[in-house]
Design a protein around this ligand. Sequence first.
Ligand SMILES: CNC(=O)c1cccc(C)c1Nc1nc(N2CCN(c3ccccc3Cl)CC2)nc(N2CSC[C@H]2C(=O)NC)n1
Ligand code: NI
Length: 187
Amino acid sequence: MITMDTIIREGNPTLREVAKEVSVPLSDEDIKLGEEMMEFLHNSQDPVKAEELGLRGGVGLAAPQLDISKRIIAVHVPSGDLENPEPTLSAVMYNPKILSHSVQDACLGEGEGCLSVDREVPGYVVRHNKITLSYVDAAGVKQKIRLKNYEAIVVQHEIDHLNGVMFYDHINQENPYALKDGVLVIE
Ligand SMILES: CNC(=O)c1cccc(C)c1Nc1nc(N2CCN(c3ccccc3Cl)CC2)nc(N2CSC[C@H]2C(=O)NC)n1
Ligand code: NI
């Protein structure tokens, strides 16, 4: 099972590598890894399990964060209201690829956190507001989906990990809260 001990932290060179595509059809090993990544996200969002296992909450995880330089990410974004337990996005994505994106940019009003970064790095992380994404799903089926707002931000954060990019690479060093006109701030 994946715990915080499995997750490598900034300074580990694997986080700065460009990860390799996985072969399709998916190997049992890669399918199992995806399942474990998704299980981690579920556990990290469960108050009892997170407490028990000492997990930081996360809605996304990338294989390089497990010191595995493969193009695999898992995202599990809860809906946020207790009535509706359905997540707004839940998927293990193999070889995810952004096919196109909006001109409109967006950022999280509270900035971004990362399970591989044990410090707060304040500032806006400006990303595309909407993306069209292709990936191979856990069943080996090619998917093409459109995402926007928070879900799009999360997927871009995780795909960055596959390219050796950390969220703070995007933060404006002179003024971390500088914003160009028209950037959507997502609260
Ligand atoms: C510095 N300020 C901040 O971090 C920050 C501060 C306030 C608000 C936000 C919104 C911030 N930003 C931010 N908050 C998150 N979570 C909120 C808590 N949540 C969670 C935690 C516990 C149980 C269940 C859940 Cl659901 C998990 C997700 N996640 C990300 N990111 C960046 S994109 C990938 C994603 C990720 O999973 N990171 C580990 N950013
Ligand atoms: Ni991260």
